[in-house]
Design a protein around this ligand. Structure first.
Ligand code: ZN
Length: 551
C-alpha cells in the first residue's frame, strides 16, 4: 500500500471537494487494536483451500448479491471436536439466505461480525461450505468495498487491507490462510470487471456480463480485488528472464485517462525486469500483472496481480514512479511471501519501500540510492517495527527501508541479495515471520544477527544518536589520534554498529576508517603520518544515525 498523507490532503483541499477524512491513519491505529484478535483460535484450526465467489453487483442499489463456496480442511490435531463450530469472519449487516455444509443445510449463528456454523458431518475432513448472501457492504478502515461514482461513471472497487474482506464475502481474515480463488463478477454489460489471476471466461446474460477470473497461485483474502467500471485497457508483453514465459501487463483506466495513463504507466516493463533481476523472477508469471484505476484518494494498493491506483494520481506527468515500483515490489514482498501475522508487516511495507531505493540504484547508481534513503530519513520514528500500533505509519515504511539498508551494510551486498532471493524462494506463495527472515540472513551471512534485530526491529524504537570528538598529539613526526564516540540513548540500552569515519588531512587528502561501536563510551586510537584537519562520521549515510561534534 502507498499512502499519500500530505499529497492527498493537498488534493482534497485544492482540487476536488470531496468529503475529507484526512487522518485515516490515526483512526486506523485504533481500529486495528480493537480488532487485533479478529482471527480466533478456532479459525486457526480450519485451513481454507479454495474460494469460489460469485459477486453480483447492483450499482444502483449499491448492493452485492453473493454466493461463496469455500473448500476447507480441518486441522485434526488442533481444536476440532464433536461439538465444534466452524468460525468465519463475515459482517453482521450482510443478510444470509442459506448456509450449507457439504450440500446440506446447516444451522448457524452470528455475532461480532462472525458466523458460527454447526457441523453436521464431523467425520469428514474436507468441508464444502456454501453461503448465499446479499447486502450493502459496510464501509470501514481505509475504504472497504465501495460503490463509487466519478464524472457520471460508476466505479466499484475495494481496499480490504488489513481485515475488511469479510465486509463482502465470508472468509478467514488470517493473512496466512491463503487459498486458490475463482471469482465471477457480474455487472451491467457496459462495465468491465477486473480481479486477480487470469480471465478465463466472460458470459453475457441479458444486459448483464460476468467475468470469471481464476488464480494459479494462492491468495490472502485481504488481497482479493473487485473492480468494475467502464474501463478501457491497454497492455504490455513481458518476457520472463529465462525467456520461457510471456506474460501480459494490463492497464485498466477510465476513458478520460487513457492517454495520460499510457505516459504514466510506460515504465512497467522496465520495473518488472529490474525487480525480477534483483529478487528472482516475478512470482505470478503464469497469471498477469495489472493496474486498475480506482477511487481511493490516498494512493495505491497492491491487490494481487491487479494493483489499484488512485484516479487523482493519473496525470500524464509520471510523478509516481516510486509508487508503481512499490506496488509491484509488493508482489514479492507481501503478496508472494505474505506476513505470517500483522505483527510482521515490516516484511511487506519496509521491503516495498526499500525496493523503491533499490530500483533507483539499479537505474542511476549509488548516489541515487543515497538520495532516496536520505529522503526517507526522519528523527521522529516511533514504536517498534515488530507488532506496531499503527500498521501503516512512516516508521514501518521509511524506518523499515532504513533497517534493510543497514542490514545490507551489516552483512554485505553479496549476502544481502542472496538472502533476499533465498527468503523469497523458500517462502513464496506462503507466509513468513520476521524471525524466519532473520534465520535466513544468519544462515547466509554466518553472523549472529540477534542484536541487530533486537535494536532495530523487536525492541529498539529510536535512531542512533552520538556525540563525537577527536584529539591529535604530535610525536616524533607522527600523529597519535584519539577518537571519542559517546552514545546518547533514550530508552534503548546501547546500539552496536559499524561506524565509518572519514578523516580529512591538512594536506588535502582523506581516508575512511571503520570502527565497531559496542558501548556507550567508545575510544579508539590510531597513528598517522599526516596532520588531521577534521573528521566526519558515516560519510556515506549508511546508518539511521544522528550525531553532533564536540569540537
Ligand atoms: Zn505498500
Amino acid at each position: 500500500m502507498t499512502f499519500y498523507r500530505k499529497f492527498s490532503f493537498f488534493i482534497i483541499v485544492t482540487v476536488i471537494f470531496t468529503v475529507a477524512v484526512y487522518p485515516q491513519s490515526f483512526q486506523k491505529n485504533k481500529e486495528y487494536n480493537d480488532k487485533k484478535y479478529f482471527v480466533s483460535q478456532q479459525q486457526k484450526a480450519l485451513d481454507i483451500l479454495h474460494y469460489d465467489l460469485s459477486i453480483d453487483l447492483n450499482v444502483d442499489k449499491k448492493v452485492v448479491n453473493g454466493v461463496a463456496i469455500l473448500i476447507a480442511v480441518k486441522d485434526q490435531s488442533n481444536y476440532f471436536n464433536s461439538d465444534s463450530e466452524i468460525e468465519l469472519n463475515f459482517y453482521d449487516n450482510m443478510k444470509i439466505h442459506y448456509v450449507k455444509i457439504n450440500s446440506k443445510p446447516a444451522e448457524y449463528s452470528r455475532r461480532k461480525n462472525r458466523i458460527f456454523i454447526k457441523e453436521t458431518e464431523v467425520s469428514l475432513d474436507t468441508l464444502k461450505i456454501e453461503i448465499e448472501y446479499s447486502g450493502a457492504p459496510q464501509r470501514g478502515g481505509f475504504d472497504g468495498f465501495v460503490f463509487g461514482w466519478v464524472k457520471g461513471n460508476s466505479l466499484v472497487y475495494n481496499i480490504s487491507e488489513p481485515d475488511l474482506a469479510s465486509t463482502f464475502f465470508p472468509c478467514d481474515e488470517d493473512p496466512s490462510d491463503k487459498a486458490l480463488l475463482d471469482i465471477k463478477i457480474t455487472n451491467d454489460s457496459q462495465f468491465v470487471s477486473v480481479s486477480n489471476g487470469n480471465l478465463i471466461e466472460t458470459k453475457n446474460s441479458g444486459n448483464k456480463k460476468t467475468y470469471h477470473y481464476k488464480t494459479v497461485y494462492p491468495i490472502s483474502p485481504y488481497l482479493i480485488a473487485v473492480y468494475s467500471a467502464p474501463y478501457k485497457n491497454f497492455t504490455d508483453s513481458y518476457v520472463s528472464l529465462d525467456e520461457k514465459d510471456t506474460m501480459q501487463i494490463y492497464y485498466y483506466v477510465l476513458p478520460e485517462h487513457f492517454d495520460n495513463a499510457k505516459i504514466d504507466f510506460a515504465g512497467h516493463l522496465d520495473y518488472m525486469k529490474t525487480l525480477s533481476e534483483l529478487f528472482g523472477e516475478y512470482p505470478f508469471i503464469k497469471e498477469k500483472y495489472g493496474i486498475a484505476e480506482f477511487l481511493w484518494n490516498y494512493g495505491a494498493m497492491e491487490n494481487q496481480t491487479i494493483t489499484g491506483f488512485g484516479y487523482n494520481f493519473v496525470s500524464g506527468n509520471n510523478f509516481f514512479e516510486d509508487t508503481y515500483v512499490h506496488e509491484l515490489a509488493h508482489h514479492w514482498w507481501g503478496n508472494s511471501v505474505g506476513p505470517k501475522t500483522w505483527n510482521d508487516i515490516w516484511l511487506s511495507e519496509g521491503f516495498a519501500a526499500y525496493s523503491e531505493a533499490l530500483y533507483a540504484e539499479a537505474k542511476n547508481g549509488k548516489e541515487a540510492l543515497k538520495s532516496k534513503m536520505l529522503s526517507k530519513f526522519s528523527s521522529n520514528f516511533n514504536g517498534t517495527l515488530y507488532a506496531p500500533k499503527d500498521l501503516f505509519s512512516e516508521t514501518i515504511y521509511d524506518k523499515g527501508a532504513w533497517v534493510l539498508h543497514m542490514l545490507r551494510n551489516e552483512i554485505g551486498d553479496t549476502d544481502f541479495f542472496e538472502a533476499l532471493k533465498s527468503y523469497h524462494n523458500i517462502y513464496k506463495y506462503s507466509n513468513a515471520s520476521i524471525d524466519d527472515f532473520k534465520t535466513i540472513c544468519e544462515n547466509i551471512s554466518r553472523k549472529d544477527l540477534t542484536k541487530f534485530f533486537d535494536q532495530w526491529i523487536y525492541n529498539g524504537k529510536e535512531n542512533i544518536y552520538f556525540i563525537y570528538s577527536f584529539e591529535a598529539e604530535s610525536n616524533e613526526g607522527m600523529e597519535e589520534v584519539t577518537l571519542y564516540i559517546d552514545q546518547k540513548t533514550r530508552d534503548y540500552p546501547e546500539f552496536h554498529f559499524n561506524l565509518d569515519v572519514e578523516i580529512f588531512y591538512k594536506d588535502g587528502t582523506s581516508e575512511t576508517k571503520s570502527f565497531f561501536i559496542n558501548k556507550i563510551k567508545n575510544k579508539f586510537n590510531f597513528t598517522t603520518g599526516r596532520k588531521v584537519e577534521a573528521i566526519l562520521p558515516d560519510p556515506e549515510s549508511k546508518l539511521l544515525a544522528e550525531f553532533d561534534s564536540e569540537y
